[in-house]
Write a protein that binds this ligand. Structure first.
Ligand code: HEM
Length: 408
């Protein structure tokens, strides 16, 4: 199948739900392949990693957005993401990232372990209470969503009572991360973005009046001390991105990862016995079914990657999900094997935009999986989980499980 047809297949509902066979069709054309005029797709591990680190590539800036996304300034969804660190290039990117980075140092993340353990325990208690009579519970509703929301809200200082608000808004907004979006989906994304901006406008006003020691207050302070450090738009955009990136992705790691563990009982039993194996397991789960499947970059100068000339102005779709299954990097890539040496999945990206929350996401999953397996030894799938029809953020809409008897 030619690359343009394979790409169309990838963007179809069935391709979004199961992209892995389509990645192999694209890979057959080489680790980087042309899929249209100045449009390329990279599926090779080495190539995706190198392009993400190559300073000749950047994220879409305003001038290019004008060219590729006419009317984007009218879209609250595109605006709220494009003013954040996720979609800006140096020097703005480095300035914004530095301001938030203090909250994500390894020491600050390690200090959150107790919060994560306590929240996970409480959620497992809830699952046990609801599933006591053998009734299925939805793992997405009861665990995979509330755990990361609770943790990122604690970090941002979002009041506990408001945590239920974000799932729908974030689900709508993240539609704009898809490579193609319909007008109806864009309208929904705009609605979610508007709700989130309104919410954070109020929280910012509250923290301006009474600062606390949370990340929102730290960013408000960076804005107050002379807007040069962080403009008002940037403040709101980064708060929205921190919240949304902080849970949509981790929610999917927990859902995708649980299904893989339940499908591999021998490996799950080993993790139950040896929670200290969790770091290798989590990295292999990230590789095997990445919660973020793709990102994109634009080249500002000509370059050559994977034996292909990429002229200045080329647009590249970088498939993290395909790179994570590159057979040149991972023997038998379709096999879940937590004992692989040097896993280093590309699920958190690489280079200057490398995920700021990678340490936090790893901590949550490294705590959650052993704790779930230990406290719920009879946890089992109860019917077919249902995928969201999304390519970029890959996860489940529903994941029914029965909890079994609690561990003695
Ligand atoms: C960036 C994945 C969890 C905050 C990214 C990028 C990826 C990613 C692939 C880079 C995007 C690009 O290069 O275009 C993930 C995955 C997660 C996760 C798979 C969970 C399993 C988190 C968490 C936070 C977070 C918990 C916490 C706030 C961010 C931020 C950026 C980012 C702020 C932008 C960094 C920058 O542009 O410099 N993430 N993420 N992420 N992530 Fe995560």
């Amino acid at each position: 199948m030619d690359p343009a047809d394979a790409l169309a297949e990838l963007l179809s509902p069935s391709g979004r739900v199961n992209p892995y066979p389509v990645y192999e069709l694209l890979r057959a054309h080489g680790p980087v392949t042309s899929a249209g005029p100045v449009f390329f797709v990279a599926t090779g591990y080495e190539e995706v990693d190198a392009i993400l680190r190559d300073p000749r590539f950047g994220v879409l800036d305003d001038a290019l957005r004008d060219q590729f996304l006419p009317g984007w300034r009218e879209s609250p969804a595109v605006l709220s993401i494009s003013r954040s660190m996720l979609r800006t290039n140096p020097p703005d990117h480095s300035r914004m990232r530095r301001l938030a980075a203090g909250a994500f140092t390894p020491r600050r993340i390690a200090a959150m372990r107790d919060v994560v353990v306590a929240q996970a325990d409480e959620l497992i208690d809830g699952m046990l209470a609801r599933g006591r009579d053998g009734d299925p519970v939805d793992f997405m509703d009861d665990f995979a969503y509330p755990l990361p929301v609770g943790v990122i809200c604690a970090l941002l200082g979002v009041p506990t009572a408001d945590r239920g608000l974000f799932r729908r808004w974030a689900g709508e907004l993240t539609g704009v991360l898809e490579p193609e979006i319909s007008p109806a989906e864009l309208a929904m994304a705009d609605r979610g973005a508007t709700e989130l901006r309104d919410y954070f406008t109020e929280l910012v006003a509250a923290r301006r009046r009474t600062p606390t020691d949370d990340l929102t207050s730290a960013l408000v302070q960076a804005h107050e001390t002379g807007g040069a450090r962080l403009s008002g738009d940037e403040l709101l955009a980064n708060l929205v991105v921190l919240l949304v990136a902080g849970f949509e992705t981790t929610t999917n790691l927990l859902g995708n990862g649980l299904v893989v563990l339940l499908q591999h009982p021998r490996e799950a039993a080993a993790l139950r016995e040896h929670p200290e194996f969790a770091p290798g397991y989590v990295d292999e789960l990230l590789r095997y079914d990445s919660p973020v499947q793709l990102t994109s970059r634009l080249s500002t100068e000509s370059s050559r990657h994977g034996g292909v000339d990429l002229p200045a102005g080329s647009w590249l779709m970088l498939s993290l999900g395909a790179a994570n299954r590159d057979p040149r990097r991972y023997p038998e890539p379709e096999r879940f094997d937590p004992w692989r040496p040097q896993i280093h999945p590309l699920s958190f990206g690489a280079g200057p935009h490398y995920c700021l929350g990678a340490g936090l996401a790893r901590l949550e999953a490294q705590v959650a999986f052993p704790q779930l397996l230990r406290r719920l030894p009879g946890l089992a799938l109860a019917g077919e989980p249902e995928r969201r029809v999304r390519l970029t953020l890959r996860g489940y809409a529903t994941l029914p499980v029965t909890v079994g008897d609690p561990a003695p």
